[in-house]
Design a protein around this ligand. Structure first.
Ligand code: PNS
Length: 161
């Protein structure tokens, strides 16, 4: 079985992320979506909320597991036995950043390959940062987040308490 991991801070998980996960799920037998800590970013949603959003958004994809983890991505790759890290890239800035992350992860886990999937052009403007701005300014989230994820946020995650 060939498994991959799609790591990210997913704060929150967007339709751009969903597109990458869906495409990876057709390339690999198993996909782990790993919600992890990016030390350069301050969180808006807590890990429980982020996980609920990912699960609601990816409900139609059968071969994925959503996990949360701290620690190093390379160690998680080894523990899960994945052969690849999959990352979506929207533009040259993403590619530059992700290339250096890939080198660091190769240094730590030489047997794990990083695979880049280019974002669809129509989703390339979608980022978690943009979504957080929309939320802050009370703007609708249609077109950037899954409707079920929007419902979760609108309800204050109350139905899941
Ligand atoms: O969605 P993001 O914020 O670009 O995801 C970045 C993330 C969480 C994948 C990255 O910060 C990460 O891998 N964190 C785990 C800690 C780690 O392994 N750091 C070294 C990576 S080179």
């Amino acid at each position: 079985m060939r498994a991959c991991i799609i790591p990210g801070s997913f704060d929150p998980f967007t339709l751009g992320h969903l597109d990458i996960v869906a495409r990876a799920s057709r390339l690999f037998d198993k996909v782990y979506v790993a919600i992890m800590v990016n030390p350069e970013k301050q969180g808006r949603f807590d890990f429980r909320q982020r996980k609920l959003i990912v699960e609601a958004t990816c409900a139609g994809i059968p071969n994925i597991s959503v996990i949360t983890a701290d620690g190093l991505l390379a160690d998680l790759c080894t523990a899960l036995g994945v052969c690849a890290i999959v990352k979506g890239v929207r533009n040259a800035t993403d590619l530059d950043y992700e290339t250096s992350m890939a080198s660091a992860n190769r240094f730590l886990a030489p047997g794990v390959e990083t695979v880049f999937l280019p974002a669809k052009a129509e989703l390339a403007f979608v980022s978690s940062t943009f979504v957080r701005e929309l939320i802050k300014h009370d703007r609708p989230l249609g077109g950037v987040m899954h409707p079920d994820a929007v419902k979760l946020i609108s309800s204050g995650f109350k139905s899941e308490n």
